[in-house]
Ligand binder design. Structure first.
Ligand code: NAD
Length: 263
């Protein structure tokens, strides 16, 4: 049987690289998916490609309480309830040391990556309690368990959601709601292209280009490559489904061995 048969999954950041892969896999595994992101055209296109009998969408900025409540309400109204929240929307911010880091960018990264996840949980939990349980999956990162110079806002945000996940797991366990993070290493999406480009520009070295920058990131991963979005989506599927029925409060690496250490 399909692993998400009969379940409804809300996915934020749904039209990005990882969100899109998760939406496709969840729909393939029988879920009804409620897609959330900023761009209506991209959302509509994705919903149509998945099939409108399987996918709905809501334009929402996850930093806004009213819009967060609205995307939960829309999913409940369309599909009758919520079983899975994939709190995945995120931004990378910019690259700068803390003294030089722009305060407005810091605030925006924390707003999207921390407050946005918190608001998602805040409004999803009552709906999941109505349903008798559920699973919340938060996209953290290897940046959530280690530092990276010049990425203070991003790394802070990805550490913060691990703490948030642990609190939510404790609060939600009595209600049959499990809460976990998925922590990817560099994955082939727009976000890594942006980080490679910013890092290359900051180096200002004729021997370094975006391609060599990517290689140097990949070489720090024991499997010697970036992951692809589908590889992350498969962990999200496991955590969203009843296959992970005894898993809550956990940090799940999808990192090609990056967190094991090494060069
Ligand atoms: P992406 O940029 O392709 O997707 C992110 C999506 O989030 C975009 O579609 C964007 O529009 C959406 N988003 C941003 N701000 C939003 C807001 N305020 N409200 C609603 N939606 C918003 O990047 P991705 O790689 O697919 O990232 C998905 C998640 O994975 C992020 O949380 C990211 O931090 C995390 N992550 C990515 C990598 C990687 O290497 N790509 C590694 C570890 C963790």
């Amino acid at each position: 049987m399909a692993r998400l048969e009969g379940k409804v999954a809300v996915i934020t950041g749904a039209t990005g690289g990882i969100g899109r892969a998760a939406a496709a896999l969840f729909a393939e595994e029988g879920a009804r998916v409620a897609l959330v992101d900023l761009d209506e055209g991209a959302l509509r296109e994705l919903a149509v490609s998945l099939g409108e009998d399987k996918a709905s969408y809501t334009v929402a900025d996850v930093t806004q309480p009213d819009q967060s409540q609205a995307y939960i309400d829309a999913a409940v109204n369309r599909w009758g309830g919520i079983d899975v929240l994939l709190a995945n929307a995120g931004i990378e911010g910019t690259l700068a040391t803390i003294p030089d880091y722009p305060i407005d960018v810091f605030d925006r990264v924390i707003a999207v990556n921390v407050r946005g996840v918190w608001l998602g949980i805040k409004y999803a939990v009552p709906a999941m309690r109505e349903r008798g349980g559920g699973s919340i999956v938060i996209t953290s990162s290897t940046a959530g368990i280690s530092g990276a110079a010049e990425m203070s806002a991003y790394n802070t945000s990805k550490h913060a959601v691990i703490g948030m996940m642990r609190v939510a797991a404790l609060e939600c366990a009595p209600h049959g709601i499990r809460v976990n993070t998925v922590n990817p290493a560099p994955i082939e999406t727009r976000m890594m292209r942006s980080i490679e480009e910013q890092r290359t520009a900051a180096m200002d070295d004729a021997n370094v280009n975006v391609e060599t920058m990517k290689q140097s990131y990949a070489q720090r991963i024991p499997l010697q490559r970036y992951g692809n979005p589908e590889e992350v989506a498969r962990m999200m599927l496991f955590l969203g489904s009843d296959d992970s029925s005894f898993c809550t409060g956990g940090v799940y690496m999808v990192d090609g061995g990056r967190s094991a250490g090494g060069r």
